[in-house]
Design a protein around this ligand. Structure first.
Ligand code: F6P
Length: 349
């Protein structure tokens, strides 16, 4: 198993973003801050690798590490340096070095190292706002059907009409609007005058053979799948369709591009929005598919180095709830409800 210690030259923003990105991608990773005793910190890192089958340790440090580099080498850990080379840089052959006018990249040894480099190079530590919204209520939402490519309901169109006003009340900034290739997102964006860009990667979770069914029909026709999905919603892949893990993989280019962008509005779907939200808010994998993200609500994210500020702007236009709580049955008589609750992170802010 590959082991990399990414040594970042005292840059909390890059260190935190990289740690979040890697854990979102399910790479076993951890952030370490060097308190001053470099030898002790590196020993702590080695211990973490051994005890957790760690893959990437991110060390945020302003201290030189070269005197103690053998601690890493002797334990089969590659070091990868990122910074301007002024303090900790020496004796690290894999590095990204930023100068005022240029960037030098040396010896990228693996696919993972190249992803780390690519991500780091894309980061723009500028204050900005990211707005996220589900499409307005769709006809399939009203009938409780999954997937499909239905039109908005009349209430969904009312949300689309109100969206420009909601945004105007919050910001004068010029936004770029990203939508999926499905009608319900372009209809939701149709009253906005900003530039729009369509992404296939923002399409809703593909429910495969269950596309067009209601939860109740899924439970009747595929009872084992229905249970298996509740057991492990992140990993469960619909027959002929996708899992949440699959969505994360197809969202990686979106995240890369998002990090380069300034102010942006993304109009997408329940499952995709959960995955994007989880990236910014560091929500653990097993919890993210259970988050409640209501329709007709604009979510405003203001990312910072250590945390992202969230504001929820409600349109006050009624809509159905498309939320199915974990462990609940949809079959009338035999309906059961376990104690497991959704993690309503968004409603808690
Ligand atoms: O119900 C709306 C919807 O967007 C469906 O198209 C999709 O299958 C579902 O939400 C995803 O949510 P969950 O993973 O909770 O079933």
């Amino acid at each position: 198993m590959e082991r990399i210690c990414v040594i970042i030259d005292g840059n909390a923003y890059v260190s935190q973003k990289l740690t979040r990105y890697l854990s979102w991608l399910s790479v076993e990773s951890k952030y370490f801050k060097n308190s001053g005793d470099t030898k002790a910190t590196l020993s702590e890192i080695v211990k973490w690798f051994d005890e957790n089958e760690g893959v990437v340790a991110i060390l945020d440090t302003e201290e030189p590490t070269y005197d103690h580099k053998s601690i890493l080498v002797d334990n089969g850990i590659d070091s990868f340096y990122i910074g301007d080379g002024s303090t900790v840089f020496k004796d690290h052959t894999s590095f990204i070095k930023f100068n005022e006018n240029n960037i030098t990249i040396n010896q990228i040894n693996s696919h993972l190292q190249s992803r780390i480099s690519y991500f780091t190079l894309n980061l723009k530590p500028k204050p900005r706002t990211i707005y996220l919204s589900r499409h307005g209520e769709s006809m399939f939402n009203v009938t409780g059907q999954l997937g499909g490519d239905s039109d908005l309901s009349p209430r969904g169109f009312a949300y689309a009409k109100k969206l420009p006003e909601l945004i105007k009340a919050d910001t004068d900034a010029e936004l770029t609007v990203w939508i999926s290739t499905l009608k319900r997102t372009s209809q939701t964006a149709s009253y906005l005058t900003f530039q729009k860009l369509e992404w296939k990667a923002l399409d809703e979770l593909d429910a495969g053979q269950c596309d067009g069914l209601t939860y109740q029909q899924v439970e009747e026709q595929f009872p084992e799948d229905f249970r298996a999905r509740d057991e492990n919603k992140f990993e469960y892949r619909y027959r002929g369709g996708e899992s949440y893990r699959d969505i994360i993989i197809r969202l990686e280019p979106i995240i890369m591009e998002l990090e380069r962008q300034e102010n942006i509005l993304i109009i997408t779907h329940q499952a995709v929005l959960r995955c994007l939200y989880a990236y910014f808010m560091n929500v653990p994998q097993e919890e993210s598919p259970w988050m409640s993200i209501p329709l007709h609500t604009l979510i405003k994210l203001e990312p910072g180095a250590f945390e992202t500020k969230v504001t929820k702007i409600k349109a006050n236009i009624p809509a159905v709830s498309t939320y199915k709580e974990k462990g609940t049955s949809q079959l009338g008589e035999s309906a059961t409800s376990t104690s497991s609750k959704s993690r309503d992170l968004i409603n808690n802010v």
